[in-house]
Structure formats: structure tokens, C-alpha cells
Ligand binder design. Sequence first.
Ligand SMILES: Nc1ncnc2c1ncn2[C@@H]1O[C@H](COP(=O)(O)OP(=O)(O)O)[C@@H](O)[C@H]1O
Ligand SMILES: [Mg+2]
Length: 360
Amino acid sequence: MEPFAKVGDIIFIDPDDGSVELAPHDLWREDAWVGVTKLVVGDRVVVEIGGRLRLFSNTLAEPLRAGLTVEGTDSDGILGILSEKAIKFLDDSTEDALPERFIVPPNENLSFEDFGGYSDIVTRARELIELPLKYHDALNEIGARPIKGVLFSGPSGTGKTLLARIIANHADAVFYAINGPEVLSKWYGQSEEIIRRIFEDAKKRERAIIFFDEIDSLASQRSDESHEASRRVVGQLLALMDGFSPDTNVMVLGTTNRPQDVDSALRRPGRFDWHVDFPIPTKRDREAILTTSGRKLRLKEDMPHLWVADRTESWTPAELAAIWTEAALLAVSDGRRALLPEDYIGGYERVAKQRMGPRG
Ligand SMILES: Nc1ncnc2c1ncn2[C@@H]1O[C@H](COP(=O)(O)OP(=O)(O)O)[C@@H](O)[C@H]1O
Ligand SMILES: [Mg+2]
């Protein structure tokens, strides 16, 4: 005999006679669809759903036009507009959704020489990312628990993205770069599928790094609207990371300015359980960052790095690097082709003023 109900079905029990009845399917949950409006005639709308054209009447208060992404159910019709843009359907012919599109080739002009200060952080990050990729088999034989995910956290402008890119150049690994905000907005509703494809592709490589810049934008709960999408993305990421086999030689690297916003499920063991924190630089770090970020510029004399480092307590590396841009502007506006110490000091003063804000 067929079982009366399957797991997930809803049943009613009559309190009077104890009889059991199966709830009609549509009472429970009807699958929502996502489609693109193709044609609007009066209050009738043609919607393309999964490659098929369907006709609905517009029950929304707002007028519709062709080219919107809408959601709905068969019985209620169109329930809302998800995006002002039409989503693309992911099939193999969708060129720009291919995982290869996310691969960043090594950049010969970027090396550890371009990263000033923070020597402990650089050492630790390389140890957590490069070493496991390089000695994957040896670590397996030893029986070490694999490092799957590393999270770079720290205030904006502390060099997280820069260091990730430099490590990618050195790791001799295929590097996939995913920008959190972009993958959510441009690929609304399809982010999970794209992420799944990238992981599939990465697992086939000898070594790979999957880099999620600003991962908090993917894996946080900012608003109700993004909540559902971000929950699905987190679920997808968890499933993919949990699904690594011993042969998988993939490192997942994420950066965030808001570690508190990264979904806690992502930070459990076996996921992003390794952290590298990027603090505000110390005076020694500042001196090194100033020297490093100015090293490719044409300088006429010795530069007063220590003088500047002394006056830039609590500045981020990005702010320190900006001094050189301002200094170069001062030099050229003065008709020079090389920097003088006075340009450097002038650059410092300009950035210092900007930091104070409009009232400073
Ligand atoms: N350690 C560093 N040495 C030299 N320049 C740095 C360093 N860290 C950051 N910068 C400069 O600041 C810019 C912004 O850094 P970025 O990596 O984007 O910061 P984050 O990702 O932490 O917000 C870099 O492009 C670089 O010019
Ligand atoms: Mg960044």
C-alpha cells in the first residue's frame, strides 16, 4: 500500500473523531517563479518563465513595462518586481556567466615589495593560504584538518584586497575573484548558481583560490529584501565548502570590513575558521607603508618618512598611500617632474585636512 503521507506533507487531525486528512498541496506552499516581462498590453502581461511564455493580468498597483524581473505564483499571478532589469538565464551559452570570466591572471607588476609593514600579517597569511595549497598531499598524509577558508578582516583601507591579490600572484594557483556586491546585484537571483559553477571549476584544478571580496555583502542580513537572497547564498557556500573531498585543493579567501556582519554559520569549524586581522598600522608600519607606496615614484631627495609617520597616528594604509598622489599633483602643478620633500609634506597636509572632514 502507498504510504498515506510523505515527509514534508501537512496533515490535519480532526479533533472530534481523530481522523487524519492530507492537506491540499496548494494550501501549503506553492513554488514561486521568477520571470521577465516581455510584453504589456493593457493590464495583460506576457512573462517569460524558464524559457516559456505565460500570460497573466497585472494585479500590481504599479504599471509594468517589458524587461522587468518579476516574481509570482501560478495562482496569484505577478506578486512583485524584483529588479528593474531583466535577469539573464544561465545556460552554457551565457558567456559572461562562465567560471573562466572570474579568473584573474597573475599580474607581474604586483609583488610583496608593494606591501609595506605588517610583516607578521604577511607571514601568517602566506602560511595559511600558500602553504596548504602547496603541501596539500603532505598535510593529507599527516592527517591534519584541512584549512578551507580564511577571512581577512579589518577596517577599510588596511590592505586586505591588496594582500590577497599579491598572494594570488605567488601561490601558483588559479585565482577566481568574486566581488560580493557585484555578484549579488548583477546576477540577482542567480548568485548561487554562479558560485556553484565557480566551485565546480576550481575543484578540477590542481590548486585554486576562490576570493570573495567584501564577503559580508553576500553573507549578511542587511535588509528584508536582501535577506532571502543572502540566506540562499550562505547556504550554497556552506554546502560547497562542506562538500570538499580530500582531493579538493581549493582555498576560499574572504575579506570584510564588518566581521560582525558575516553570517556566523560561515565562521564555524571547517569553513572560514581562520582569521587574519588587519589593524590600524603602528608607527613602524606607517614608515614602511610610506616608503613602500612611494618607492616607484621619482624622488629628488631623501624623503622625511619618519616625520610623516610621526604625525599619522590612526591613519589607514590607504590614507598614507594617498599622500603620494597629492604630492605628485603638487609637484606637477609647480612644473616639476620629480618630487621634493616639500611636496611630500604638502601631500600629507592635504590628506590630513581631508581626513578632518569639511569642517576641519
Ligand atoms: N601595506 C600596504 N602597503 C602599501 N600600500 C598599501 C598597503 N595597504 C594598503 N595600501 C594602499 O591602500 C590601497 C587600498 O587598500 P585595499 O587593499 O583596497 O584595502 P582594503 O581591501 O582593506 O579596504 C591599496 O590599493 C594601496 O594603494
Ligand atoms: Mg578591499
